[in-house]
Design a binder for this molecule. Structure first.
Ligand code: CMP
Length: 150
């Protein structure tokens, strides 16, 4: 068990469907801490870098077109085991197969328009977060409730 950071992106469908507040509420209620946040329009070059692990796959072009089609919200969440905890809250990639209670299970019917992206490993986080945040934009704060939560 270690304190980790993870990157999430609320995708254009999540933003346009006004689900951002509900999504952040779920992460905060679970006990994860928001340490960086911004809204942005991703350009094609950075989208291709972010999803470079999927380059060459049949869905790559559609994925890049989709993630650049409208504003997204990027955030960094911190907490013990935050990478796996965040992915459990998101649910499986395909919203039509994700169980209720998860973000994708409750709000998505699609593998592409699946509301949210979350880093799947420490290595992915290290690759992904610098595309969205400078180290100086990550805010270190003790809330004082860590002993109650973990
Ligand atoms: P995400 O967690 O953002 O990481 C990669 C994304 O690729 C994934 O969510 C899906 O939105 C998308 N993806 C994965 N597999 C497919 C697929 N078979 N068809 C279309 N999109 C896919």
């Amino acid at each position: 068990m270690s304190v980790e950071r993870t990157l999430i992106l609320i995708k254009p469908d999540g933003v346009k469907r006004r689900l951002s507040g509900e999504i952040f509420q779920r992460f905060e209620k679970k006990g994860l801490k928001l340490v960086a946040l911004k809204m942005l329009q991703l350009n094609r070059q950075n989208a291709e870098k972010h999803y470079s692990v999927h380059k060459g796959k049949p869905f790559f072009d559609g994925l890049v077109s989709y993630i650049t089609s409208g504003p997204i919200i990027a955030a960094i969440l911190e907490g013990t085991n935050s990478i796996s905890v965040t992915r459990i809250l998101c649910g499986p990639t395909d919203g039509s197969k994700a169980p209720p209670g998860t973000i994708r299970g409750d709000f998505s019917m699609s593998i592409e328009k699946n509301i949210i992206h979350a880093s799947d490993s420490q290595e992915s986080y290290e690759h992904e977060f610098p595309l969205f945040f400078k180290e100086s934009e990550i805010v270190e704060t003790e809330y004082g409730d860590e002993k109650q939560i973990f």
